[in-house]
Design a protein around this ligand. Structure first.
Ligand code: SF4
Length: 312
């Protein structure tokens, strides 16, 4: 599959089939914590970066072939960059809603919600998870390193406007990095913005996987808990402090590991959780692939990560 990947077990969404709308790292941010790598096309321009018809054809092929398979819980629209930059987003969501009852989730950096066409495209999604990592200009620039065309006040206004009209689930993700966007004035500014946006829930995260920049450091759990207490509304911490126990784990297959590792660096535990694999066969296969030079092995904060070269 070229545009679809998985299904993977997502802690937030259940068994999720990913749909990647972009052919490269196309984004209007260059976040210090990005797992995908540096932004190669730095733009706010919406256009058809990959043929919408090809993505829809792959969705239809998957649905036709999966009649007998275990049903997935959700289609998750994402990208190797910012998915709302793809001008076919609305058509893809509408198609999914027409051909399947499986809910549709969209992950976004939230920066284009001030545009009426983007809000309209997202209206039929069941779950939208935008980000807002900072509500102060200085911290916004430090954490997200936006293109000139992405303005913080537009982003906050867009989130308020979208939250006021969207009838699905709106979960707002905030990622905090130590010493970058976690100071008291940052929390105060976020509180003010959140009180206006009023998302259904707030998902608080910190740096975990190997970030783009070495200086992107995580907050300890106690500090995240303290900030979670200060934010308004329903707040959950989604950082990887606690791992779920797996049931009915199966053996790893080479192709699924390679496919997953093309998208982002993962630990053995990440892979086992996402694909519900047993750790013995997964560990053996990862070591075999690393020994053959099919994947690279690196150590970050005491954890071993595996990754293939990014081919998107
Ligand atoms: S918005 Fe997402 S894809 Fe874009 S740089 Fe930030 S983390 Fe990476």
């Amino acid at each position: 599959m070229k545009y679809l990947f998985g299904p993977v077990n997502s802690r937030r969404l259940g068994l999720s089939l990913g749909i990647d709308l972009l052919p490269a790292k196309i984004c209007n941010f260059n976040c210090i914590y990005c797992e995908v790598g540096p932004t190669t096309v730095f733009t706010c321009e919406r256009k058809e970066y990959t043929p919408t018809a090809d993505i829809i054809a792959e969705i239809d092929t998957f649905l036709a072939a999966s009649q007998q398979a275990k049903p997935i819980d959700v289609f998750t629209i994402t990208a190797s960059g910012e998915p709302t930059l793809h001008s076919g987003l609305g058509e893809i969501i509408n198609h999914l809603k027409a051909v399947t009852a499986v809910p549709v989730a969209v992950l976004s950096n939230g920066s284009l919600l001030f545009q009426e066409d983007v809000r309209r495209d997202l209206q039929r999604a069941d779950i939208v998870i935008p980000s807002l990592d900072a509500a102060r200009e200085e911290s916004f620039r430090k954490i997200n390193r936006p293109a000139q065309c992405a303005r913080l006040q537009d982003i906050i206004d867009g989130l308020i406007e979208f939250a006021g009209s969207f009838t699905g689930h709106l979960w707002l993700e905030i990622l905090l990095a130590k010493g970058i966007n976690d100071a008291a004035p940052d929390v105060a500014a976020l509180k003010k913005a959140l009180a206006l946006i009023k998302p259904e829930k707030i998902q608080l995260n910190t740096v975990d996987r190997p970030p783009l920049e070495e200086f992107a450091n995580p907050l300890p759990e106690a500090e995240l808990q303290e900030i979670a207490r200060q934010l308004p509304g329903s707040v959950e911490i989604i950082a990887d402090f606690l791992r779920r126990k797996r049931e009915n784990a199966r053996s790893a297959k080479k192709n699924e590991l390679l496919e997953m590792l093309q998208r982002r660096p993962c630990t053995e535990t990440d892979i086992c959780e996402a694909l519900n694999l047993d750790s013995d066969s997964t560990g053996r296969l990862l070591e075999e692939l690393a020994a053959r030079g099919d994947i690279a092995r690196s150590v970050h904060r005491g954890k071993i990560y595996y990754q293939t070269l990014h081919t998107a």
